[in-house]
Write a protein that binds this ligand. Sequence first.
Ligand code: NAD
Length: 460
Amino acid sequence: MATFDVLDPASHVVVGTAPDGTVVDAVAAVDAAAAAFPGWAATAPRVRAEVLRKAYDLMVADTDRLAALISAENGKSQADARAEVAYAAEFFRWFSEEAVRSEGDYSTAPSTGARTLVTHQPVGVAALATPWNFPAAMATRKIAPALAAGCTVVLKPAMETPLTAIAVADLLREAGVPDGVVTLVTTTDAPAVVTAWLEDERVRKVSFTGSTPVGRTLMKQAADRVVNASMELGGNAPFVVTADADLDAAVAGAMIAKFRNGGQACTAANRFYVHVDVVDEFVARFGKAVEALRVGPAADPANEIGPLISERAAEGVRALVRDAVAAGARIAHEGEAPDGGWYVAPTVLVDVAPDAAILQQEIFGPVAPVVTWENEEDMLRLVNDNDYGLAAYLFAGRLQDALRLAERIEAGMVGINRGLVSDPSAPFGGVKQSGVGREGAREGLREFQETRYFSVDLST
Ligand code: NAD
């Protein structure tokens, strides 16, 4: 079979190759998944749970190797890669615990007296597609609930990061996942493979994580056969600081929310709204921390931020900064980054016009634009005047104020006085054009189940 090269974004050296799958491979993967489905769906939940638990153990034990692989093909720092392995493994543990707790219901219909029995059954063969920014976690966040529910899956990872997905599939085999339950198709032709799956009548579910434009295309394709679709799409998270916020906590939260994975996260803080009374102090403290960030290849464990995923991505972020500066923004603080390559220096921008492009679209890089606010209603209008609604962050002195504001921010997840919202036990997902459906928590299992009921007349 033809293969394609995988590059280290830091050195641009080839770190591996992956099979370049075609439509024929896509169909063969569904053949395998469809053949394995009845057996896996009928496997006792306890057995499915124990396979997932074994996968958790194997993944944690293999942290060093997996983290090195993630850094090699994605470029993220060793610390970020290790954190990703821990996060990714946790989906196996969480859903091993959920697999045995899929309860049903038994009730009496109020008018007729018939009995209603409610149960949750696996939806069927699920097609999964994942992005490059969390190559392990975005895969396990889908595979774990699917397997817990009794579904079989076909997975297409991003072509930038297929090696981690291959390692996860190997690990699942070692954990005891039977043949056909998880089948990978790596490819340079994502549209062909995913379209083949969406057109295949045996595929009953699509779960996608990636950009909003691609998600929109897949939802349209899914509509043709009314395929059950879960979409985890782009974000444009606001980060709000009120006048009475604990500024040390806000800066610590900002460093995580903005610079984890070098800003290449769908939950990354994209735009900072800081109250006028504290903006100078916040920017001074934040800027000091930003200037101290170490940027460079993951090969050096002291580096905290790696390169961006591609030249195009790096150039896109630089262009957003250039445009913002041309429109009147000022670079208040700038860290250091190696010359050349796909690095972008961590940057704090101030005096950003509220309608600047950098505030409207995902930056996906280590740049923090700061906007000043004075009036709460005006701030909320700016925060919500956006097509996205994935994550938001809010730092405020009084919990009452924080909750009052959080309820009015249009986002699926709001971090209150903390800069991290991702948690396998919590329902991850967005509102508006950030997606449909949730991953993690009980909700994540439900995405791979059909609710069915049986209506029974006991009187005859
Ligand atoms: P992308 O949409 O370009 O690619 C995601 C996946 O879709 C990849 O596997 C890609 O190969 C595939 N793909 C691309 N075009 C396709 C097509 N026409 N048909 C079928 N498949 C196609 O996104 P990306 O650049 O890999 O990832 C970054 C984006 O993902 C950002 O927008 C980010 O916010 C989003 N993201 C969202 C979440 C979330 O949970 N909401 C998590 C991580 C990333």
